[in-house]
Design a protein around this ligand. Sequence first.
Ligand SMILES: N[C@@H](CCC(=O)N[C@@H](CS)C(=O)NCC(=O)O)C(=O)O
Length: 207
Amino acid sequence: MKLLTAPASPFGRKVKVVAIEKGVTEMMAFVAVATTPPTPNEQLSRDNPLAKIPTLVLDDGRSLYDSFVICDYLDTLHSGEKVIPAAGARRWEVLTVHALGSGMSEAAVLCRYESVLRPEALRWPDWLSGQMKKVVGGLDWLEANVAVIGNARAADADLGQIAVGCALGYLDFRFADLGWRATRPALAGWFMEFSERASMQRTMPTA
Ligand SMILES: N[C@@H](CCC(=O)N[C@@H](CS)C(=O)NCC(=O)O)C(=O)O
């Protein structure tokens, strides 16, 4: 199977981290694809009508998207601890922390598009600050609830932790000026530990 992705994508990184954590990378080929809303990649559009990465193309030609669906699928390919707990209170915590981490990445990616791709004359500062408010709100919630994310050094990372790790990594990569650590020492400590995982080290974002 082929994962269509890009080295800067926090959603593609999430899938790669899951694949590494769960030891399924050998079943996968990683194909770099460039796509943006104004310049959708033609081949990618054939595999995913939304023209978004990551997209996983299975050996029989069927495609899976979005990143959550791909991670859920990868979870069926190994017999270890699942990144998405099957049941119990922790399942809902993990899914909600995942939604928060991925939502922060989504808002940050939209901010990046707005400030880099959109022609200057068409930019809308209120829209940009509305998206950034979601990122900052997420950071504040995580700082106040760092215990909910769970042990960064646990043997098995879950999908909530991975989504938060990839969101924070994307902020460092594209929004270093935000300086999010200054007022969020607990979250900074959690991320420092989580970043030590081999899966995170091997998937650092690049342009
Ligand atoms: N909800 C999607 C979001 C994926 C996404 O927004 N990917 C970006 C790259 S980081 C993309 O493909 N952008 C192109 C576009 O929006 O047309 C997921 O979780 O996979």
